[in-house]
Ligand binder design. Sequence first.
Ligand code: HMG
Length: 386
Amino acid sequence: MQIGIESLSFYIPHLFIDLKAIAEKKNAPAKVFYRGIGQEKMAVAPPDEDIISMGANAAWQACQTVDTAKIDTLFFATESGVDQSKAAGVYVHRLLQLSPNCRTVELKQACYSGTAALQMATGWIRQHPDSKVLIVMSDIARYGLSSAGEPTQGAGSVAMVISAEAKILYLEPFFGLYCEDVMDFWRPNYLDYALVDGKYSISVYIKALQSCWNQYKQQSGYSFSDFARFCYHLPFSKMAEKAHHELAKLENLALPVAELDKKIEKGLLYNRIIGNIYTASLYMGLISMLENSDEELSDKRLAFFSYGSGCVAEFFSGMVMKNFQSNLPIARHRDLLKNRIELNYQQYAEYYNFSLPVDGSTLSLDRISRGKFRLKGIRNHMRLYE
Ligand code: HMG
């Protein structure tokens, strides 16, 4: 029995803004972002796309090759929740016409909750090897317009099916965990964008990594050289470079930077042109790594560092399955990345400032998104999807 990821897919909106437009607005050169934080573009969600429609689009793709009758648990991980009571996953459950015998809940702990879902799913499958668990991670990262966090926004979803028939990656049992009550990044219920102490958040991320790594190393007995590649939570791609270099320092490894970067660089490609998608960022990095590596990764060990501000973090690992590439919808992913439309700053700001009515009035939304599922409007405080 190899418990792990049986299928894996992402979905992103077809709109993006190039960070040079944001730099221009700040009278700064594009390299402030291109080089400074390692980001080029970020995905922008139009009004008829939200965490539920994006999540359903990713999940639909991830379910194409799976016996969906066996899915008896659906975890929806997000920090962009649209309802304080009803789980976003319940809408996805209906849109995908899953079995009514399905436990469906929403999970939250900043960018970490997708990993919590993954660990809970493996525990469930260990007890019920015939079951499958659908995990949807979906977020729209929002910081204030003109704030320092603005270039680190993004939008998108990753969905995966966890089962005892891993076809992409199986999970090893070792872990390193870290939790500390810190105010590095948070979003009070009355705000629709996050507040952040940027520099502090970077230092807590590194501190959490060091602590998780020490516990993981002790438990597993593995060392740095046992990993073919490292995947980090990606608020922006330079964060992974900083983290990876710190980890090497912790291990007293004096490796050339190019050699260190080789272990992470293919995992950064999608993040660089999509942006931070919070819960799904780490797993978008995994997809980027698997779809772009020029070296054979089958049977190789990958390291994962998941970080959610506030904070909870985890270091864990997995082994890549043989023929993993034939089980990824690579052509579909490439189409999503290739067929995008660039927005200028004004168009981006208009979408940023759009909000749904909060007084119960009815609104029908024009179709802008290209996904199979979309938000078609709102009536009596209820979101309507098609
Ligand atoms: P900032 O104030 O724009 O950046 O904030 P800076 O002034 O520190 O510059 C950033 C880098 O650009 C620096 O390099 C500069 O030297 C360089 P570093 O010292 O870091 O190596 N730079 C240039 N390079 C080349 N040419 C130039 C140039 N100018 C400057 N001309 C910050 C950056 C990331 C802090 C900000 O965007 C922010 O607050 N973002 C949001 C917070 C964040 O992403 N934190 C990451 C860790 S926390 C986390 O990952 C959790 C999170 O995903 C949320 C969750 O869990 O839900 C965020």
